[in-house]
Design a protein around this ligand. Structure first.
Ligand SMILES: Cc1ncc(COP(=O)(O)OP(=O)(O)O)c(N)n1
Ligand code: TZP
Ligand code: MG
Length: 426
């Protein structure tokens, strides 16, 4: 098992720092997070002057990010006084000159400020990360936890900014959920890193990971087709589920919000009773309001990482991807699957370039996420798509072949058996 990311905590001596640097040269890693634990949140000095010097001279130049709190930043810079955001920016800039790619000066122990503000510097730009200051004595280990969470997100492929944002939100949520815990008699108590395990969502099991097999026969509704066939969204969804659809997406480009939301609430009930996930196309607000199982977004919709921040870990997020880079970004952003197409020409989605099998192959072979093919797929060609046999091509998403037809249930049932036969052949 290779090590992707290393995060350092308290390094008690210059010798230990030197051994660490030597080991990192022998066993290079994807990223190094250095939490320069020299002054504890309670103010005790934890590292002597020789260790400080070795940090500065040897460790910082190989660090991807250094995460000093205000006291540590002050110590690293010869006990300069740091009282304002501008002081924190100057400190970040000065520490950056010691070699790390990023510096995060944490303002949690800054006196007086109402918000907990951290300053991230990448050598060019400053980013201020603001969060509520949570009143609690349970702050023991917040710095180490933040650095460890950054390391974990980097190991999952996040960008540095995204990793820092996720880590800050995690620490904030953990502090909030455990602010009234009473453990121990010291000046500081611990906070609850595992708060999510106690969340009702977790207990209801709705934090279970997405099952890629749900992508097998993906029914995507269309308001124009429903209108043409004088069919309500509800009836369209019911019929698709009756025919064996394994996941449903409400893609209602024409419906107004109120109408869309009412229909979505009804469809949520229908899908929940059948155990079929229901996703909403584009509209995060509607998905939140009806407690849908997730959303599908394209390259011009809200970025998946922002959707993840809004929906949380237990919801399904799909992203449309036509290229390798888009597939990589969707994975980094925490999406659950990729919709790739149009595989064949289609008039259902306007101005949508056709990728063909080659384009589908390129994305499937590169994608770390399960893929569903979409675009012009019907009973006549669905078999050929599944017979491509790409390991992470889990199914097909279909609009007109199901919903621009007289009987949705029959068309869905027929398509499902074609897919099953194709899979047994590939
Ligand atoms: C399963 C699936 N794949 C792709 C799409 C297309 O989504 P998007 O690119 O956001 O385009 P619109 O559907 O919003 O026109 C999808 N909806 N579902
Ligand atoms: C939403 C979408 N995204 C890529 S193609 C497409 C439309 C697919 O519709 P159809 O299945 O009728 O070709
Ligand atoms: Mg969209």
């Amino acid at each position: 098992m290779s090590v992707d990311v290393v995060k350092t905590g308290m390094l008690p001596s210059a010798g230990v720092v030197k051994v660490l640097c030597e080991s990192l040269r022998k066993f290079p890693v994807k990223a190094l997070v250095v939490d320069p634990v020299m002054v504890s949140t309670s103010g005790d000095t934890l590292s002597g002057p020789s260790t400080l010097a070795t940090y500065r001279d040897e460790l910082f130049s190989v660090a991807d990010i250094v995460t000093p709190n205000v006291k540590e930043a002050s110590k690293l810079l010869g006990d300069v006084s740091l009282h304002t955001i501008s002081d924190m920016r100057n400190a970040a800039e000065s520490i950056y000159k010691l070699g790390p790619k990023y510096v995060l000066v944490k303002g949690g122990d800054m006196p007086d400020s109402s918000d907990a503000i951290d300053v991230l510097f990448d050598g060019k730009e400053f980013t201020e990360l603001r969060g509520p200051r949570i009143k609690t004595r349970n702050t023991h280990g917040t710095g180490c936890t933040l650095a460890s969470c950054i390391a974990a997100e980097l190991a999952k492929g996040a960008t540095m900014l995204h990793a820092v944002q996720v880590a800050k939100k995690f620490v904030e949520s953990a502090l909030y959920h455990s602010k009234d815990l009473v453990i121990g008699n010291g000046p500081q108590g611990p906070f609850d890193h595992l708060f999510e395990l106690k969340s009702p969502l977790y207990k209801m099991g709705s934090l279970q990971k997405f099952n890629p097999d749900n992508l097998f026969l993906y029914a995507v509704t269309d308001s124009g087709m429903n209108k043409k066939w004088d069919r309500s969204i509800k009836d369209a969804v019911k019929a698709a589920i009756e025919g064996g659809a394994t996941i449903v997406q409400l893609r209602e480009k024409d419906a107004d919000t109120r109408e869309f939301l009412e229909a979505a609430k009804a469809c949520v009930q229908i899908c929940k009773s059948s155990g079929v996930p229901l996703l909403i196309n584009d509209r995060i607000d509607v998905a939140l309001a009806c407690n849908a199982d997730g959303v599908h977004v394209g390259q011009s919709d809200m970025p998946a990482w922002e959707v993840r921040e809004l929906l949380g870990p237990g919801k399904i997020i799909g992203v449309s991807c036509k290229t390798l880079d888009q597939a990589e970004q969707a994975w980094k952003d925490g999406a659950d699957y990729i919709g790739c197409g149009g595989v064949f020409p289609t008039t259902t989605k306007k101005n949508n370039p056709t990728l063909g099998f080659e384009g589908l192959r390129t994305v499937c072979l590169a994608s770390k996420l399960p893929v569903v093919a979409i675009g012009g797929i019907n009973a006549g060609n669905a078999g050929s798509v599944m017979e491509l046999g790409f390991p992470n091509l889990k199914g097909v998403a279909v609009v007109s072949a199901l919903f621009d037809q007289e009987c949705v249930a029959i068309e869905t049932r027929n398509l499902r058996s074609i897919l099953k036969n194709a899979c047994s052949r590939s």
